[in-house]
Design a protein around this ligand. Structure first.
Ligand SMILES: *Cc1c(COP(=O)(O)O)cnc(C)c1O
Length: 417
């Protein structure tokens, strides 16, 4: 029998698990591939999240910029619920009534003609890498198997084997070889190195316009536009990974707009769904995207109507609520409030929009201590590498919340230094 009848006297419900029990369960049954801060969250709204004991925290990580629109944005939740009750997944064997409008709206937002939807960021990066390689062979005339892609030190673009093949972070690679060939790593922000590294087999420069995981590392002014020129001169494609930097985070819709260095293709993810569902995409113009023919590439869930409906709502919220503009304004307010933080422990503060990296000196394991002290004061953030505190709240944050966050940061620096 498939369904057993309800027992005559129902077994008593077990007492709700407390935070310690839940952390222990994760530890006991989950793989140990993360080291989270010691807080168990159970609900959220806008910029704020709550733990099991009812403590409230300002979320200054925003799920690595996946919740730029704020947690549980009502318009995105409504789109998710409505679509989930109607049609969630068709596979791409059939058409659905959300994919076309999603592609159109993302094309209009980005200014790129074509959209190839995937799910996670790493998949969209893989899609971009496949596209530029195939373009190299079919359009540029690079000999089969010889395509080269130029990448940069300190990069982070995901965790697949091909993506970690161009990482220079030892921990991300240790034990995972053999690696995918065809990548060359250059110093980040060094346009001259790009020019010198290009060969007839170079198909693309693949780059984060600002590096997030590296600690909000901003290339020297003019770098993006100079690399754009070099790529044009040498018949090399320029692809930006805007998974974390894009969709309003830096105060512009896309980080490349700060230098008007329009790439040939762009990878998006994270906030493309406002955090409610994994949606990513590779966007490009026809000349590049036309390398894909039916059957060349795909994904069971990529372009599904549920994800497409959620992403459509997430895009509308970004635009209607002027979140890139708010990121620019609130980012300036944040930067001004940090400027008078003259602690000897701070080596540098980097900021673009609502993306702030506070680099500590000396660079020895300090950032986590600060993240823990901030947590105790109700501000959640996460160290990146060991020496940088990254502040990246939802782009819906308001002046009073920025001021409150600044108070906590000042207090923690005073307490720890
Ligand atoms: C998060 C991130 C990725 C990977 O996205 P996943 O959804 O975790 O696979 C790729 N590139 C950048 C810049 C990112 O921040």
């Amino acid at each position: 029998m498939l369904h057993s009848p309800a027992p005559a006297s129902p077994t008593p419900r077990p007492a709700a698990l407390n935070a310690r029990d839940l952390v222990a369960l994760e530890d006991r049954y989950g793989a140990h591939n993360y080291h989270p801060l010691d807080v168990v969250l159970t609900r959220a709204q806008g910029c704020w999240v709550w733990d099991l004991d009812g403590n409230r925290y300002l979320d200054c990580l925003a799920a690595y910029s996946a919740v730029n629109q704020g947690h549980n944005h009502p318009r995105i939740v409504a789109a998710l619920v409505e679509q989930a009750g109607r049609l969630a997944l068709t596979s791409r064997a059939f058409h659905n009534d959300q994919l076309g409008p999603f592609c159109q709206e993302l094309s209009e937002l980005t200014g790129f003609r074509r959209v190839l939807p995937m799910n996670t960021g790493a998949e969209a990066v893989e899609t971009a890498l496949k596209a530029v390689r195939k373009w190299g062979y079919k359009v540029k005339g690079v000999p089969e198997g010889q395509a080269e892609i130029l990448c940069f030190s300190g990069n982070f673009s995901g965790r697949t084997i091909s993506i970690i093949s161009f990482s220079d972070e030892p921990q991300y690679r240790d034990g995972f070889g053999p690696f995918t060939p065809g990548f060359r790593i250059l110093p980040y922000g060094d346009a001259a190195a790009v020019e010198a590294a290009i060969t007839p087999n170079t198909v693309a420069v693949f780059m984060e316009p600002i590096q997030g995981e590296a600690g909000v590392v901003i290339p020297p002014p003019g770098t993006l536009s100079r690399i754009r020129e070099i790529c044009d001169e040498q018949e090399v494609l320029l692809i930006f990974d805007e998974i974390q930097s894009g969709l309003g985070r830096t105060g512009r819709m896309f980080a490349w707009q700060h230098e008007n260095a329009r790439p040939d293709g762009m990878v998006l993810g994270k906030a493309l769904s406002g955090g409610l569902y994994p949606v990513s995409a590779f966007v490009a113009d026809d000349a590049l995207m036309d390398v894909f023919h039916p059957g060349d590439h795909g994904s069971t869930f990529g372009g599904n109507p549920l994800g497409a409906a959620v992403a459509r709502a997430a895009i509308r919220v970004l635009v209607d609520e002027g979140l890139a503009e708010n990121a620019a304004l609130m980012g300036e307010r944040f930067a001004a409030g940090l400027a008078d933080l003259k602690q000897p422990s701070i080596a540098a503060i980097r900021q673009r929009g609502l993306w702030i990296g506070i680099e500590l000196w000396p660079p020895v394991g300090g950032a986590r201590t600060y993240a823990e002290a901030l947590k105790a004061r109700g501000l959640l953030c996460k160290e990146t590498h060991i020496h940088t505190i990254r502040i990246a709240p939802p782009l819906t944050i308001q002046p009073a919340e920025v001021d409150w966050a600044l108070e906590q940061l000042h207090a923690v620096f005073e307490q720890l230094d």
